[in-house]
Design a protein around this ligand. Sequence first.
Ligand code: HEM
Length: 237
Amino acid sequence: MSTLLPPPKEIAMLPVDWVEERSGAISFGKYMLFRNVPKDISWLQTLGSALITVFILQATTGIILAMYYQPTPETAWMTIQWITNEATLGWLVRGMHKWGSSVMVVLLFLHMGRTFLFGAYKYPREMTWITGAIIFILVMGMSFTGYLLVFDERAYWATIVGVNINGTAPILGPALSYILMVGPEIGTHTLSRFYSLHMLVLPSAIGGLIFLHMLLVVRLGVTSPPWSRMEPTERDV
Ligand code: HEM
C-alpha cells in the first residue's frame, strides 16, 4: 500500500525546521558550537567551558536551595539547618553549592591567568577581557552576598567587616555600605537585599555577560599558546 507520508526522518525534523524558519535558533546554535580552533589547542583552553559548567551547576543547586530557604533573621539559619539535616539530599545540594562557589573562584583565577599569560587580552580580544573582568567582579559579589545568607555568627561578623571595608572607599564608600546594609546595622532588610542581589540581580547579570563573552569568543576564536610553532596566519582560524 503506497503512502503519502514523508519519511520518518523528515517528520522528526518538522518541529526543528519550524523553529529554524521562524527564529534562526538552530543555525545560531550551530554557529556557537561548531567552530574552528587552532591545532595546538590544549586542556588549558577548557577552563572557560569548565566555568560555564560550574555556573550552570551553581544556578541549578541555588534554585533548589531557594525553594526551602527563608531570608529573615529568625528563619535563615534554621531553614539552612533543615536543608542540611532533614531535606532529602539537602546536604548534597547545599554542599555542591558551597564547594561549587570555591571551585568557581579557583577556576576564574586559573582562566584569567591562562588568558593573561597567552596574551589573549590584546587586540582584537580586549572586549572579551573587559567582559571577563566585569564577570569577575560580579562573581566576587556573589561570594560576598552568599556568605551572609547562612546567618550564623561567622557570616554576621564577616559581612560587617566586608561592608566596613567597602565603606572606606573614597567618595562612594559610605553610600555603598549604607545601600548594602539598608541602614546603620545588619537586620531584616539587609538579609532581603543580599538575598535579592545573590539570587536575582547578580546571576542574571553574570548570565547575560557570559553570553556576550561567548559571542566574542566565537567571533574572534581562541589564542594559540605563546610557544606555538604555527605561522601567525595558520593560527587565525
Ligand atoms: C564565569 C566566568 C567566565 C566564563 C564562563 C568564561 C568562558 C570562556 C570560554 C568558554 C572561553 C573560550 C575557551 C577558553 O579560553 O577557555 C573564554 C575565553 C576568554 N576569556 Fe573567559 N570566561 C569567564 C571569565 C573570564 C575572566 C574573568 C576573564 C578575564 C578577566 C576572561 C577572559 C577571557 C579571554 C581574554 C578569552 C579569550 C581567550 C583566547 O582568545 O585564547 N574570561 N572564556
